[in-house]
Design a protein around this ligand. Structure first.
Ligand code: SAM
Length: 224
């Protein structure tokens, strides 16, 4: 190949790459946002999760008897049950989800288990429909990567948090592969979560790095 045609070929490669890469990036973005966990796979949420270490998570959350807390994207109520134990009889848990099937499943489960301190709520993707200024803590466990408009949702949650309330985000690391959990394409990086939270009016106060496949971040609201 003559030198001129090599340069021409390289030029064409650069042009093609600059046109196709943004399209690929957009596709990846679309892939990871706004796809709630399919209810037909609901039983997977009930499988044992030795990797989740919920007791250790609860220790770090330091929830007090009588606290009011929310499990945003409760699914089958996995975290809601731990929260219910932690807040005790005088506390309250809102177990919220945007899918009717999840809400129905969790409602049935808490009734079967005789749990009295948990209210199941059907929310909307950008609005969990929780009372304003009421929560000591809001937890999003394994939900963030499914959320379509995370900043809008985090702003709604902020309105429901008390001024010193905490937002806890636990989600799948995008830098560690696992044979289970969402695809790498769907995962949201810890940096992206932190940037969204800042945009929504929070600052990060803690990062607990003991989970192998998840980041575990705690935020507070910036004073207005
Ligand atoms: C993978 S499941 C995890 C459920 C549960 N937190 C757990 O760890 O087992 C994610 C849940 O988040 C819910 N979800 C997705 N987007 C949501 C949103 N914007 N607000 C509330 N829930 C949402 C889905 O319907 C689904 O039930």
């Amino acid at each position: 190949m003559k030198p001129l045609s090599i340069i021409t070929a390289m030029f064409i490669c650069v042009i093609v790459a600059s046109i196709t890469f943004p399209a690929y990036a957009r596709e990846a973005e679309a892939e990871r946002q706004g796809k709630p966990f399919p209810p037909e796979r609901i039983e997977e949420l009930e499988e044992a999760r030795e990797w989740q270490k919920p007791d250790q998570i609860m220790e770090f959350l330091d929830i007090q008897e009588g606290n009011v807390v929310a499990d945003i994207g409760t699914g089958t109520g996995y975290f809601a049950l731990y929260l219910s134990d932690a807040v005790g009889k005088s506390g309250l848990v809102y177990a919220e989800d945007i899918q009717q099937e999840m809400v129905d499943y969790t409602q049935e489960k808490i009734e079967e288990e005789g749990i009295k301190n948990t209210k199941v709520i059907l929310g909307e993707p950008d609005d969990p429909k929780l009372p304003e200024n009421s929560l000591d803590l809001a937890l999003m466990g394994n939900v963030y990567h499914e959320v379509e408009n995370p900043v809008a949702l985090l702003k709604s949650i902020a309105r429901s948090l008390k001024s010193d309330g905490s937002l806890v985000i636990i989600d799948w690391r995008s830098d560690v592969e696992s044979e289970f959990g969402p695809s790498m394409m769907e995962r949201v990086s810890e940096d992206a979560v932190e940037a969204d939270a800042e945009e929504a009016g929070y600052y990060m106060v803690r990062h607990h790095p003991f989970l192998r496949y998840h980041y575990f971040l705690i935020f507070k609201k910036r004073p207005e």
